[in-house]
Write a protein that binds this ligand. Structure first.
Ligand SMILES: Nc1ncnc2c1ncn2[C@@H]1O[C@H](COP(=O)(O)OP(=O)(O)O)[C@@H](O)[C@H]1O
Ligand SMILES: [Mg+2]
Length: 366
């Protein structure tokens, strides 16, 4: 069945997730949206029966598979006490309907994504950075026995990010590119001396040794700041469709890449032409990144030498992750947009001199 704004209430009634009294009293609203999946927000302005619902549209098996993985993650996290400390960072998952690929989550009222906060409001707090570092640390330190058990059951496996395999494409074929812009980007990478070798060296650093979120963009982290209660921060990690075994620093690097991408977008003439856009606060971005990194390092109890080595690796991964982001921006583009070209340029600069980039681009001064 395909959910619609009108049949959804009947679906929820059937699942026992909507009470008849509210239905009779007309306490029902639904807002439909589109992201990777079709999604619905139910009763956002009411106190009860508030839900965020995702439905994978039947077209691709891959989308159905990934939504099922998200449901599986919430199920594992709720059932396994190793994930106990992480629970407070997760939305409550209420229902998964395999036949119709429908996931029902609690609606996180009053939350905004860290990405929106950074790009549009530029008031990211150090508390948010600290909470995020803690949440990622808790996820990444899931005990090895739990990881083994989940692997044995076939729930998780090593999932190497696609961009790490780029150097394995031995020779460039323009036909392999999905668009003219992508072909131009690939050609640039092949033409700049040493670029592909740096990518190859960086890719060798990737080691899969823990559970990772797998898609740790800032859009997938929501925060609510309770201004009345001395600014306490509540953070939620959502969108677990790509959780698997991977390198923890890839998750952290994705956080930093996502912040850098917001910065690059803010400089794009098309973005700047929008009415009322604020000038990007690079200082706020760098403070966020550096507090996040230092808290993650402290939680892991790394000594000075380890911290330096991990920072270098994380910075290099951030370069690779920007490169990945560059390809995400080009699949259908006719020509390289200035914004895409800047992502590519930034990726190159970071890979070329990670120590310098850690200090002056990410703003992490150890
Ligand atoms: N439980 C929730 N409550 C409120 N908003 C949510 C919730 N889950 C997701 N969202 C919003 O919907 C967007 C898309 O959801 P997400 O799970 O990230 O799916 P996608 O795979 O489409 O990115 C998020 O970026 C967030 O803004
Ligand atoms: Mg998402």
């Amino acid at each position: 069945m395909l959910l619609t704004e009108t049949n959804i209430v009947h679906y929820l009634l059937d699942c026992g997730l909507f009470d008849k009294a509210s239905f009779v009293n007309d306490e029902f609203s639904c807002d439909a949206g589109n992201s990777r999946h079709k999604n619905y927000i139910v009763n956002k302005e009411f106190e009860t029966n508030r839900y965020f619902i995702k439905q994978a549209l039947g077209s691709t098996a891959e989308k159905i598979h990934s939504l099922k993985r998200e449901a599986l993650f919430y199920e594992i996290a709720a059932a396994n006490e190793s994930f106990g400390p992480l629970q407070k960072y997760l939305p409550v998952s209420l229902h998964y309907d395999t036949a119709n690929a429908i996931l029902v989550l609690e609606y996180l009222a009053g939350y905004t994504s860290i990405y929106d906060q950074l790009l549009y409001q530029q008031d990211l707090s150090t508390a948010t950075a600290t909470e995020l570092a803690n949440a990622l640390f808790l996820l990444h330190s899931t005990p090895a026995e739990t990881v083994e058990k989940l692997t044995e059951k076939g729930f998780i496996s090593i999932n190497k990010p696609w961009i790490l395999t780029l150097p394995e494409l031995k020779s460039f074929s323009a036909n392999a590119a999905r668009s003219e812009a992508e072909a131009a980007g690939l050609q640039l990478i092949y033409d700049v001396p040493g670029f592909m070798d740096m990518i190859g060296e960086a890719a060798k650093l990737w080691v899969a040794d823990c559970i990772v979120h797998g898609d740790s963009k800032l859009n997938n982290f929501l925060v609510k700041i309770d201004k009345e209660q001395t600014g306490t921060t509540s953070l939620k990690l959502i969108d677990w469709e790509l959780f698997n075994t991977g390198d923890p620093l890839w998750d952290l690097a994705t956080v930093f890449q996502s912040a850098l991408t917001a910065w690059v977008i803010s400089e794009d003439p098309v973005y700047k032409a929008n009415k009322g856009v604020k000038t990007f606060d690079q200082g706020n971005m760098q403070l966020f990144i550096s507090v996040c990194f230092t808290n993650y390092a402290a939680a892991n109890k790394w000594n000075d030498a380890e911290t330096r080595a991990k920072l270098e690796k994380c910075t290099v991964f951030c370069g690779l992750r920007l490169l990945h982001n560059f390809f995400e921006t080009t699949p259908h583009a006719k020509s390289l947009r200035p914004y895409s070209a800047r992502l590519l340029q930034l990726a190159y600069n970071i890979l070329f001199n990670p120590a310098e980039a850690a200090q002056h681009v990410l703003g992490i001064k150890l």
